[in-house]
Design a binder for this molecule. Structure first.
Ligand SMILES: NC(=O)c1ccc[n+]([C@@H]2O[C@H](COP(=O)([O-])OP(=O)(O)OC[C@H]3O[C@@H](n4cnc5c(N)ncnc54)[C@H](OP(=O)(O)O)[C@@H]3O)[C@@H](O)[C@H]2O)c1
Length: 252
């Protein structure tokens, strides 16, 4: 069954309605898995449901809302019973130099990326089967890009609590790792509120500073995510850089 490597597998992709998360869900469904994907925007959830087909359940669920997190746990239990792979891929970013950061933008980013990712995982971990894998999406370790200080801080928090979860769950035979993308060509480039001009500039900068001189594709990140969650059976508590070399080598 080489064409269906994930037959019988059950997976949840939190933040799975477009970009990297959707690519993870597509790969899982193509491989025979049953998947629950979530997103906050109902139109995007509907669109993802249509794209992914009958082996996927798409759920409107805001990770910044604790009632939604509780309900999501019930929905996942009802539709999948247990989980083999949990992808916590949700993330939002706002461009702001330090002197323009507001309490509101700090709270918005931490509410989704750090608090939301943490409490969603806390709710879903009891459903993760022994032998299962959890993958949090962070950001490349080369994170000194200007105007992304709060976002980078949220991802540092994710890295920290994810690796603590790895220590707490190793006795249950559940692995927890983080996946750190560099510049990836998603519809939002990871910065949903950016203007078209900001996005064009970000794209140019990304290609210039990445040693491979290009953006990664969502499919390339999805392959790495699936590797960590389902194939890397002797790997836990670590981070995989999927960043075209930006954190590891000098750009030529
Ligand atoms: N693209 C990059 O270059 C890049 C680089 C480094 C790291 N990352 C990280 O990689 C991950 C995916 O990035 P991406 O570019 O693929 O992002 P994306 O296309 O904007 O997708 C983010 C996903 O999260 C969902 N989401 C956003 N806010 C949510 C909330 N409050 N509750 C539930 N779901 C929510 C989005 O759904 P709706 O918007 O429809 O609600 C969507 O499904 C993020 O964690 C991002 O920080 C991306």
């Amino acid at each position: 069954m080489a064409g269906h490597p994930y037959d019988g597998k059950r997976a949840v992709v939190v933040g799975g309605t477009h970009g990297i998360g959707l690519a993870i869900a597509e790969r899982l469904v193509q491989g025979g898995a049953r998947v629950v994907v979530t997103g906050r925007n109902p139109d995007n959830v509907r669109e993802a449901a249509g794209l992914l087909g009958p082996n996927a359940t798409a759920v409107v669920s805001d990770v910044a809302n604790s009632a939604d997190i509780q309900a999501l746990g019930d929905q996942v239990r009802d539709s999948l019973q247990t989980i083999d792979a949990l992808f916590s891929n949700v993330g939002v970013a706002e461009f702001e130099p330090i002197d323009q950061v507001s309490e509101a933008s700090w709270d918005r980013q931490f509410a989704v990326n750090a608090k939301g990712a943490f409490f969603t995982a806390q709710r879903l971990i009891p459903l993760v089967a022994a032998g299962g894998g959890i993958v949090f999406t962070t950001v490349t370790a080369a994170t000194a890009s200007p105007a992304m200080g709060v976002y980078n801080a949220t991802k540092a928090a994710v890295r920290a609590f994810a690796h603590t979860m790895a220590a707490e769950l190793v006795g249950q035979n559940i692995r927890v790792n983080t996946l750190a993308p560099g510049f990836i060509d998603t519809p939002t480039l990871g910065v949903a509120g950016a203007t078209a001009a900001e996005r064009a500039e970000l794209h140019q900068v990304g290609d210039a500073v990445t040693p491979m001189k290009r953006h990664g594709t969502p499919a390339e990140v999805a392959e790495a995510a699936l590797f960590l969650a389902l194939h890397a059976t002797f790997t836990t508590g670590t981070e995989l850089q999927v960043d075209g070399g930006i954190s590891g080598i000098e750009s030529p």
